[in-house]
Unconditional design. Structure first.
Length: 248
């Protein structure tokens, strides 16, 4: 059954589709007809079964709330230094599928690319659309938010809000450190806010490691192999899922 995210909250049983992209997908691509059913997800994260009641007016009638919550038990923010090419697009799509709640990027010391405010706004808009599409495809209850920081200091100012901060550090992996991530994941509690920080292709600089450590970050290795910038966030999210969702 198709799932669509609707901005705002429902007010009554009738819902009118006003988003042009959603309308096009419903009635042109999927060719939905009267009495066809879909799942609508509003800003409260509750999935609701809805039935097409008027195709011309693009009206749907809410049928019932659905008990279906597929969100991770902790809110995981993925933050990475600006990578090259379309790697942010790739990470946004896959991290959304794996359950991330927020996607951040910042100009790291060793980031090759540098974007001005105009390019950042355009990039963020594109990533938001990718996140929405991936959230619908993976039947999420929420769409991850996207924030691109123009200045690293603004990113650093937000770090203290998290309950646990993991810094994926290549040197930790090289030194064979494997216990910190497992230990940290074992201490996670439902409802906590977790931040994973990753460098760009060149990694995290020693100065950044020092700054983030002062802010409470714990350096962790992600296994014995060195992962690419776009692979490491997916490893981390998978590890969180295994630790919290697949315990049996």
């Amino acid at each position: 059954m198709q799932e669509y995210f609707i901005k705002g909250l429902p007010s009554g049983e009738q819902v009118k589709v006003t988003d042009k992209d959603i309308s096009k997908h419903m009635f042109t691509v999927m060719r939905l007809q009267v009495d066809d059913e879909v799942v609508l997800v509003f800003d409260d994260g509750i999935k609701r079964l809805a039935r097409i009641s008027d195709r011309d007016e693009q009206l749907l009638t809410l049928v019932e709330d659905l008990v279906d919550d597929v969100e991770l038990p902790v809110a995981v923010t993925i933050a990475m230094g600006f990578p090259k090419g379309d790697k942010l697009e790739f990470v946004t799509q896959k991290a959304t599928e794996l359950g991330a709640s927020q996607l951040w990027a910042f100009p790291a010391d060793w980031s090759v690319v540098r974007w001005d405010a105009k390019k950042l706004a355009k990039k963020a808009e594109k990533l938001e659309k990718i996140a929405q599409g991936a959230a619908q495809q993976s039947k999420r209850n929420k769409i991850p938010s996207v924030q691109l920081f123009a200045h690293k200091k603004d990113f650093l100012a937000e770090v203290a809000q998290f309950d646990q901060i993991f810094l994926a550090y290549e040197e930790s992996a090289k030194q064979g450190e494997q216990a910190q991530l497992v230990k940290g994941l074992s201490q996670l509690e439902p409802g906590q806010k977790i931040l994973f920080i990753f460098g760009p292709e060149g990694g995290i600089s020693p100065a950044e490691v020092a700054d983030l450590t002062d802010l409470g970050a714990v350096s962790v290795g992600l296994g014995p192999r060195i992962l690419r910038a776009e692979t490491a966030p997916l490893y981390a999210l998978s590890a969180v899922s295994v630790a919290l969702e697949l315990k049996g």
